[in-house]
Design a binder for this molecule. Sequence first.
Ligand SMILES: Nc1ncnc2c1ncn2[C@@H]1O[C@H](COP(=O)(O)OP(=O)(O)OP(=O)(O)O)[C@@H](O)[C@H]1O
Ligand SMILES: [Mg+2]
Length: 258
Amino acid sequence: MILEAKKISKTYGNSSQTASFQALDQFDISINKGEFVGIMGPSGSGKSTLLQILGTIEQATSGELKIDGQNVVGMNTTKLADFRREKLGFIFQDFQLLDALSLKENILIPLVLNKRSITEMEQRVQGISTYLGIDTILEKHPYEVSGGQKQRVAAARALIHRPSLVLADEPTGNLDSKSAKSLMKVLVELNSREQATVLMVTHDAVTASYCDRILFIKDGHLENEIYCGEERSAFYEQILLVQSTLGGEIHDVKSLRN
Ligand SMILES: Nc1ncnc2c1ncn2[C@@H]1O[C@H](COP(=O)(O)OP(=O)(O)OP(=O)(O)O)[C@@H](O)[C@H]1O
Ligand SMILES: [Mg+2]
């Protein structure tokens, strides 16, 4: 088990205040090493909150969280920062690249923070950039490249230190369907080749159909869970079906058409 979370609750604001809001309610989730897991659910259902808590960026109000055998609840901030840098990789919807740095420097951030040798850094950056097809634009800056290229740089940065767990919040949210497909292929290949565990939030049924398993969240709790069988296309149909029963999917094209 790479991740084990039990009874995770999150209340934003002080629970005695009327303005407080319970985003997660006693949520349990376990992920095996090498799994590719998706999280879906209506807007505001708690997906990003869950991902941020599991990524140790945000603290749960209560609950237990173990990642790679280590208990992260109650870990002091310095140790937690080290742990996060070493074990986790993040891909965000809005890329979060630093414009002042070149693409190469952006990708290198996790290795620099982990104080790796220059030779190792050079080798890794070449390897992953070639793999992602961004090796020819490494000297450019984020504002000089396309959204799809930025997303691949963000993916390279998330993966360069070979994290045990990759957390992605709507990684294809800002991409056209072709770039989205190529990013998903990279993640799937990485997942199978390096046994990297991926946990990904997405609104998009096509993106989600690349997963092995999908958890559906509604109002901060687990509403449904489905596994991919032999056929990806059948899985895709099943995802659409569950999505339609959950409702409140503002990003769902079908509901916009009606
Ligand atoms: N910092 C915060 N302070 C107060 N409430 C918050 C905060 N962050 C999120 N919330 C609330 O918690 C709920 C869950 O938010 P979250 O961002 O996890 O939703 P989500 O499922 O990721 O939605 P989306 O699909 O729109 O990204 C929402 O009702 C949101 O308004
Ligand atoms: Mg979100």
